[in-house]
Design a protein around this ligand. Structure first.
Ligand SMILES: [Zn+2]
Length: 202
């Protein structure tokens, strides 16, 4: 998506991990919550997003954010203040069994932070990062107890976010169990933004 649209894809998880690595006050707060498999407080997530926005001026796609109605409302305020409203909210739907399977196969590079699927991008967990050659590790929150915990938090906090954006007429549901190309085709159709437009623009 980023390459097709010239937009930055922002994972709030990555933004928070960067705060943690930099040892900021926000990072220390986030680390305490993430160690226990809890969602970080809205205030911490929003402050991290705002600090990312301060440093970037390009179009952006938030990945996995907002996760609560509180975050969605706060994000609205931030974006209105910056006069950069959202174009669309994409909801990628995936059966729980598939989520568990993907999570169980996920490894993350210690050096560049990119994640990969064992059996898809790399042959085994012992492989080097295909992008930078760094060491691959399993994220400490990628186990089934943590996943169950996250699914409970999801039902409690994230489902209402879907209702929030649906009421605004902004929600676009995407069936995410297909191949990356199939998912991307749906996203283009749902947002009205496609790579052909970009080609014409050039
Ligand atoms: Zn890497």
């Amino acid at each position: 998506m980023a390459e097709h649209w010239g937009a930055a894809v922002v994972s709030v998880g990555d933004v928070l991990r960067a705060e943690i690595a930099a040892g900021t006050e926000l990072g220390r707060e986030a680390a305490r919550e993430m160690e226990h498999g809890r969602l970080v407080p809205d205030r911490v997530a929003i402050a991290s997003v705002e600090s990312w926005l301060d440093a970037h001026r390009e179009a952006f796609v938030f990945d996995g954010f907002p996760r609560t109605v509180g975050q969605a409302e706060a994000l609205d305020e931030v974006l209105v203040r910056r006069r950069s409203p959202l174009t669309a909210v994409l909801w990628l739907e995936l059966p729980v069994a598939l989520i568990e399977e993907r999570v169980s196969r996920r490894v993350v590079c210690q050096s560049c932070g990119r994640s990969f699927q064992v059996g898809l991008h790399v042959a085994s967990r012992e492989d080097a990062c295909p992008v930078c050659g760094g060491v691959l590790t399993v994220r400490s929150d990628d186990n089934s107890a943590m996943l169950t915990n996250r699914m409970e938090q999801y039902r409690a906090h994230t489902q209402p976010v879907m209702d929030f954006y649906e009421a605004k007429g902004m929600l676009r549901k995407i069936e995410a169990s297909g191949t990356p190309d199939e998912v991307f085709t749906q996203i283009e159709a749902a947002t009205g933004i496609n790579s052909a437009q970009e080609t014409v623009g050039r």
